[in-house]
Write a protein of this length. Structure first.
Length: 511
């Protein structure tokens, strides 16, 4: 009996150990996705589970790729996006048919699971200013096709490249815009209101449509499939964590388009923090219980930049710490790799320029493209971000190391040879010390590049000061952008100043 009791107690004590891994909740970089992901996270936490937030991952391919590899556990997705953009299939008729199709195919092909839809659809909405609609008599996408050669379109990069985006509607309706510009999710609304573009893509639940009094054109040929919002969960979560699945399932069927449009308006137009809107939404649905602390925080909301930065100081400090970690580790690794390469190249001058040019090609790759390339190899998070940052840092250090050692004072080198020093001794005791200022200049350049490039790491869930910048761009929130941009700029200045001090100390002849 005692043995059974002991075994039961051990088993009970071991249960929490199984749940040490938090549920990784991600979003794509637009307002509604941020909001739904935060609702997922808060609901999980309210049910006693831990949530690790990875907001603002790149486009659909990045988010879904991270889910397939198990780097994240859940993110909000839309059935039409799954059907066309991921499966590459043709539109189906009813929302039920689309959900059944993506549910079956995603389970069979990828092992991932769609939970029951949240209760609303968020279809693409092609919108124009009311004055444009009135003057050109635009009510449908067929009307738009007739006038499209005179119009400028401002579209999100995701929409421009997706089968259910510009390529698809261009074929379905014969659209040929005068000009197409790639714009961020929130920036496109500002550009349309300012008259810089004439047509934008949006979502039917966007709060900004009402703010700018836009006209949404009817999809009269029914090109767009149903886009029901739902939680898309990883194979690991579906198989191993029934409590998380049950918690996320509590949201199924609870939201309609009217509610979602109102919630999005609070985020996109009223600039209410996503966490507050998510908490209020869950409370209104009866899934959370409001507390006095929640009411106090809402009452103290300061809309000024100074007040916002003060309120976010804990978050900013945490993100700055992660940013410093990314920069420091990647810079040290780049130095350990690039300096020896530069020294080896000095001994093979004929091959040096070719190798340096090859390393320099990495600098021509867009940072987000390099990060996206890392995902199939290394998943998302810190590791792929560090690898990308190291690759971005190599060129200035390799170039300056090679140049500094090669061009070291010829008189000093000749004197060393006259004293009978070997090539290895000359490199170690003469060339390398004389090249130190040039090498340090390359390291300083690489460090500043690292600080800036590390902000892109937020697109693959590595954190850092890019998180508020990406979110602020998506939500058109200047305060949020500055809460990341200001510390990043100060960090770049501080890192360069610190390395300048190191350069002064290590300069030959320093007293």
């Amino acid at each position: 009996m005692n043995i059974l009791l002991v075994a039961a107690l051990v088993a009970q004590a071991a249960v929490p150990l199984v749940e040490t891994r938090p549920v990784v909740v991600a979003s794509k970089p637009f307002g509604e996705s941020y909001l739904l992901a935060e609702m997922f996270a808060q609901l999980l936490e309210a049910r006693g589970l831990r949530a690790d937030r990875r907001p603002g991952l790149g486009a659909t391919e990045i988010a879904f790729g991270a889910l397939r590899t198990g780097a994240i556990d859940v993110y909000p997705e839309y059935t039409g996006t799954g059907l066309l953009a991921i499966l590459g299939e043709q539109p189906l008729g009813s929302s039920g048919a689309v959900f059944q199709r993506v549910s079956r195919e995603f389970r069979d092909r990828y092992g991932v699971r769609w939970l029951a839809p949240l209760g609303f659809q968020n279809s693409y909405a092609i919108a124009v200013r009311r004055a444009t609609a009135d003057s050109l008599h635009l009510a449908t996408l067929s009307d738009l096709a007739r006038a499209s050669r005179t119009l400028r379109a401002g579209l999100t990069p995701d929409f421009i490249g997706r089968a259910d985006g510009l390529p698809g509607i261009a074929r379905a309706y014969g659209l040929h815009f005068r000009d197409v510009r790639a714009l961020g999710p929130a920036v496109k609304y500002q550009a349309l209101a300012a008259g810089q573009v004439d047509v934008i893509d949006g979502y039917s639940t966007d709060g900004l449509i009402a703010k700018y009094d836009l006209v949404v054109l009817t999809d009269d040929r029914h090109f767009f499939p149903p886009y029901e919002a739902a939680a898309l969960v990883s194979a690991r979560l579906a198989a191993n964590d029934p409590r998380a699945i049950a918690a996320l399932g509590e949201l199924s069927g609870r939201l309609d388009e009217r509610q979602m449009r109102a919630l999005n308006r609070r985020v996109e137009v009223d600039r209410t923090p996503v966490s507050v809107v998510a908490r209020d939404a869950l409370t209104s649905l009866g899934l959370l219980t409001a507390t006095k602390a929640d009411a106090a925080r809402a009452a103290k909301d300061d809309r000024s930049l100074a007040g916002y930065l003060n309120g976010q100081r804990g978050v900013i400090a945490r993100l700055t710490g992660r940013h410093i970690e990314l920069v420091a580790i990647s810079l040290i690794a780049a130095i350990l790799l690039a300096v020896p390469i530069g020294l080896l190249l000095e001994r093979s001058a004929r091959q040096a320029e070719g190798v340096i040019r090859a390393v320099g090609v990495l600098q021509t790759l867009p940072g987000i493209a390099l990060l996206a390339f890392m995902i199939p190899l290394l998943g998302i998070g810190v590791i792929p971000a560090l690898v990308a940052l190291v690759l971005y840092s190599l060129y200035p250090i390799v170039r300056n190391t090679y140049t500094g050692v090669r061009d070291a004072d010829p008189a000093a080198v000749s004197a060393a040879r006259a004293l009978g020093m070997t090539d290895r001794q000359i490199l170690r005791d003469v060339r390398l010390p004389l090249a130190t200022p040039v090498i340090m200049a390359g390291i300083r350049t690489a460090a500043v590049i690292d600080v800036g490039t590390a902000t892109l790491a937020a697109f693959i869930g590595a954190g850092g000061l890019g998180e508020p910048i990406v979110a602020g761009l998506a939500l058109s929130d200047t305060r949020m952008i500055l809460s990341g941009a200001i510390p990043a700029a100060l960090l770049a200045i501080g890192v360069d100043a610190g390395l300048a001090l190191v350069e002064r100390v290590t300069r030959p002849g320093h007293a």
